[in-house]
Design a protein around this ligand. Structure first.
Ligand SMILES: O=C([O-])CC(=O)C(=O)O
Ligand SMILES: [Mg+2]
Length: 386
């Protein structure tokens, strides 16, 4: 199996939503196709990848460093014992001559290519990615379905409490039982009204998570935590700067219910620093490392090993990003579930068209690879570069 071509495009995912830290008026994503010479049903196997959301397209890094390194590697040096492309060998080729530390956004560029490589390998083996992962890394065990929650509740010009409630009703109607909303972008009293409005719709605190997107300093995070403590919320997400581990450790002594963070930690080493120094609690807190943003699944497997070595279960992981890649990982490696964006970040958010969410859980298609071909709006973008 050989890589014969790699193509990338920049796809807009702009919208006028905002969280407490950024708006998405200029958001873009890279989409790549890795074309191979492996043939299935008379057609060459092509793997696809994209970079989740929240970081911009990585056209420059892809074109200057990572695509050339993969394309110029000796084809045999990228193969495993079965003669298939080996994602870990591809990873090593892409990361040649890159220093450790300072992960920046190269982890996003590598993550996009890594996703496409795994898609291609699973297609060449004619199995869904979740099954390949279960067989290779999880003793053949996979979950039948993944717990998913509907992430939304953004600030949006002109959107009042009634609009927020309608959005949440829509998610419940789609089959979700847990939702997430943005907080931290308006004064505390106003956010409390928004939270109470959503609680009226979802009924119980454990069916609502709130996301600050790293906006608060420690004092504000503690004050906000005191104000929401009695709601019994599912989790309190990214209350602090994602790299300020000591502040997390301090907050964890003040806020007993579940905390969640990790979507802006882009390497196993950063993930490990959070575990070592962030004071998080393996019996309740949620880790949201996003494999697409953080050097891909090759690195995510290292992160899972690191977590196990520190006494954390993969069940504490609920990846950020709402994409089918993380959903396959959640099922095949038996993580805690996955994020979902039923209404934002189209066409990248959401899952296969024929796999509805029922009682807050979703199954995966049995299609080979990641399953992009079973999501019509996303496939319309991808097939153009195949
Ligand atoms: O608004 C964003 O950047 C997305 C986000 O935090 C999430 O999905 O948890
Ligand atoms: Mg978040």
């Amino acid at each position: 199996m050989r890589i014969v071509a790699i193509r990338d495009i920049v796809s807009p995912i702009r919208s006028n939503i905002a969280n407490a830290y950024i708006d998405f008026s200029q958001m873009t994503a890279s989409v790549v196709a890795v074309v191979t010479d492996a043939m299935v049903d008379g057609k060459p196997v092509v793997g696809f990848g994209f970079n989740s959301n929240g970081r911009y397209a990585q056209h420059g890094l892809l074109g200057e460093r990572f695509i050339p390194r993969l394309s110029q590697a000796k084809p045999d040096s990228l193969l495993d014992g079965e003669g298939l492309i080996d994602p870990a060998r591809c990873w090593a080729a892409m990361m040649a001559n890159e220093k450790p530390g300072g992960h920046g956004e190269r982890s996003v560029a590598v993550g996009v290519l890594d996703m496409a490589i795994w898609d291609a390998v699973a297609k060449a083996k004619r199995v869904p990615l979740w099954k390949l992962l279960a067989d290779r890394y999880n003793g053949g065990q996979a979950d039948e379905k993944a717990w998913v929650y509907a992430a939304g509740g953004y600030y949006y010009p002109g959107k009042g409490l009634a609009g927020l409630q309608d959005e949440m009703k829509h998610y419940l109607g789609l089959g979700y039982s847990c939702v997430k909303m943005k907080v931290g972008g308006v004064p505390l009293a106003e956010d409390l009204k928004r939270i109470e409005a959503v609680l009226e719709i979802v009924g119980a605190g454990e069916r609502l998570a709130v996301d600050v997107n790293g906006k608060f300093d420690l004092t504000t995070a503690i004050e906000f935590g005191r104000a929401i403590r009695d709601f019994g919320l599912r989790w309190y997400e990214e209350p602090l700067d994602p790299l300020d581990y000591l502040a997390h450790a301090a907050l964890a002594t003040e806020y007993a219910p579940p905390l969640a963070t990790g979507e802006n930690l882009f390497s196993m080493q950063d993930a490990r620093n959070l575990i070592r120094h962030g004071g998080l609690r393996p019996d309740r807190d949620i880790l949201q490392y996003d494999p697409a943003l953080s050097y891909g699944l090759v690195e995510y497997l290292r992160t899972i090993e690191m977590l196990k070595a520190h006494g954390w279960s993969p069940r504490r992981c609920v990846p950020h990003g709402g994409h089918q890649f993380a959903l396959n990982i959640a099922v095949g490696l038996q993580c805690g579930g996955n994020e979902s964006y039923p209404q934002v970040f189209a066409p990248f958010g959401g899952f296969a068209d024929d796999c509805a969410v029922v009682d807050g859980r979703v199954s995966l298609p049995d299609a080979p690879g990641i399953g992009f071909e079973r999501k019509a709006d996303l496939w319309a973008v991808m097939k153009e570069i195949a």
